[in-house]
Design a protein around this ligand. Structure first.
Ligand code: PMP
Length: 455
């Protein structure tokens, strides 16, 4: 039987069994380590590390640039790059130097005192993303949470609108999808929601301005929180005019617009905001800007920052619900400054994007050579394929095109031959060290996998 993805289910199952056995054989040390982890919930430091096509994770030994070695001595070309946390490459020299200087030479890992590294990092974020007033968190999730609180406070409105099948971190308000009847429902698997998500949130499909307007017209939406392109359900690119339409509608209904650039930063030095000339009220970001060191940030437009600063009733200093003790710590700030000023520079993006273009072009050629109904999307340095064609235009369509078994098979096939993709989807990200030879190696293996799958 052939699946919608265009491959034989029986053959897929046989090949997957073979690859699983190879994986188990090549990763005996990792499996032993996993077996010993009795006091970790789910046997992993964080439960999502169980998202492993081989049924247990690969244990890290070393990571430099775009290379990882595991505890069994296997070396990998890494296109997962910590699902963007390591877009600057693993342990980039300037970040290691800056962090080491702070940690070892100057001292001060967590002091509650500002350092001027934050001033420089904020100025660089302002220059790149066009919003002038920045504040730091430790994760993109928290940057989103705090931005949401601020916009609720300033508008007096209760709801946040997101796109169906978005991901903005573990933010309660974002765990909503468009249900079969076209109305918002809790996302499947939502863990311990504090209240029914429809009380806090509205939802629209990406690329659906009519749906967005219908929801905004209720007049209770404080902010639209969105990625300029969806990146967590494959890459779903905006139709021509969609983002301008979102901006016009948010203005029409007095709703603020937050661009979450955590992943779309791959579009260029100023993310999708600069790449597409967007004009959001707030930009949130995390992961890559710390070069691998935990950091998140949100940037506010001037009028918004002024409105908030003028609100004496809001406790922005102590226990008002916006802040974290370790946010803005000296180590994160040293890392962010170094990443932005010395590693993820405009020149680095030029290289990464050229490499990603070659990755996407090669992928399209291979897939079409086998006549498979798959599609490839690219956003700057990030490339992703889906098992459906043409490329989906919204999250629901993209989710419907998922094929977990096929995805796992390809991840395993690649991992067994020394290439890692991000475990949550078929995403390949380029860092400054990724070479065309690395791209070609991926493509050789991918081609061999498709030969076997279609034989
Ligand atoms: N926003 C987006 C767009 C993301 O993709 C993610 C994580 N994948 C987050 C926010 C949350 O990042 P973190 O898990 O580091 O808080």
């Amino acid at each position: 039987m052939s699946t919608d993805s265009g491959v034989s289910r029986g053959l897929l199952s046989t090949l997957s069994g073979r690859e699983l056995a190879t994986y188990a054989d090549r990763h005996r040390g990792s499996r032993a380590a996993y077996t010993r982890a009795d006091h970790l919930f789910g046997r992993v430091p964080m439960t999502w590390m169980n998202k492993a096509a081989g049924h247990f994770p690969i244990y890290l030994d070393t990571a430099r640039g775009n290379r990882i070695t595991d505890v069994d001595g296997n070396e990998f070309i890494d296109f997962a790059l910590g699902d963007t946390g390591a877009m600057a490459g693993h342990s980039p020299g300037p970040v290691v130097e800056a962090v080491t200087r702070r940690m070892a030479d100057l001292g001060g890992l967590s002091t509650m005192l500002p350092t001027e590294d934050a001033t420089v990092a904020a100025a660089e974020l302002a220059r790149r993303f066009g919003v002038p007033k920045w504040s730091f968190a430790l994760t993109a999730t928290d940057a989103n949470r705090w931005a949401i609180r601020l916009l609720r406070a300033v508008t007096g409105r209760s709801k946040i609108l997101v796109n169906s099948y978005c991901y903005h971190g573990s933010v309660d308000e974002s765990l909503i999808v468009v249900g079969q009847d076209g109305r918002g429902v809790s996302r499947e698997g939502n863990v311990g929601a504090p209240v029914d998500v429809t009380m806090t949130s509205r939802v629209a499909e990406f690329n659906d301005l009519a749906g967005l307007e219908r929801e905004l017209a209720h007049g209770d939406v404080a902010a639209v929180l969105m990625e300029p392109a969806l990146t967590n359900i494959g890459i779903v690119l905006p139709d021509d005019g969609h983002l301008a339409g979102v901006r016009a509608l948010t203005r029409k209904y007095g709703t603020y617009l937050i661009n979450d650039e955590t992943h779309t930063f791959s579009a260029g030095p100023g993310g999708a905001t600069a790449f597409w000339g967007l004009d959001p009220d707030v930009v949130t970001i995390g992961k890559a800007i710390g070069g691998g060191v935990p950091v998140g940030a949100y940037g506010l437009a001037d009028d918004l920052a002024e409105a908030l600063a003028g609100r004496g009733d809001l406790d922005l200093i102590d226990m008002g619900g916006v802040g974290g003790t370790l946010a803005g710590n000296p180590v994160s700030m040293a890392a962010t400054r170094a990443t932005l000023t010395e590693v993820l520079t405009a020149e680095a993006f030029d290289t990464m994007i050229a490499t990603a273009s070659a990755f996407a072009d090669g992928l399209i050629k291979i897939i079409s050579g086998y006549g498979l109904p798959w599609s490839v999307s690219r956003l700057g340095a990030r490339v992703e394929y889906r098992f459906t064609s043409p490329a989906p235009r919204n999250g629901t369509a993209s989710a419907a095109g998922a094929d977990a078994e096929l995805e796992d098979f390809l991840h395993l096939y690649l991992a067994n031959r020394g290439v890692l993709l991000t475990p949550f989807h078929n995403m390949a990200l380029m860092c400054p060290q990724t070479t065309l030879a690395d791209v070609n190696r991926h493509h050789e293996i991918f081609d061999a996998a498709l030969t076997e799958l279609t034989s």
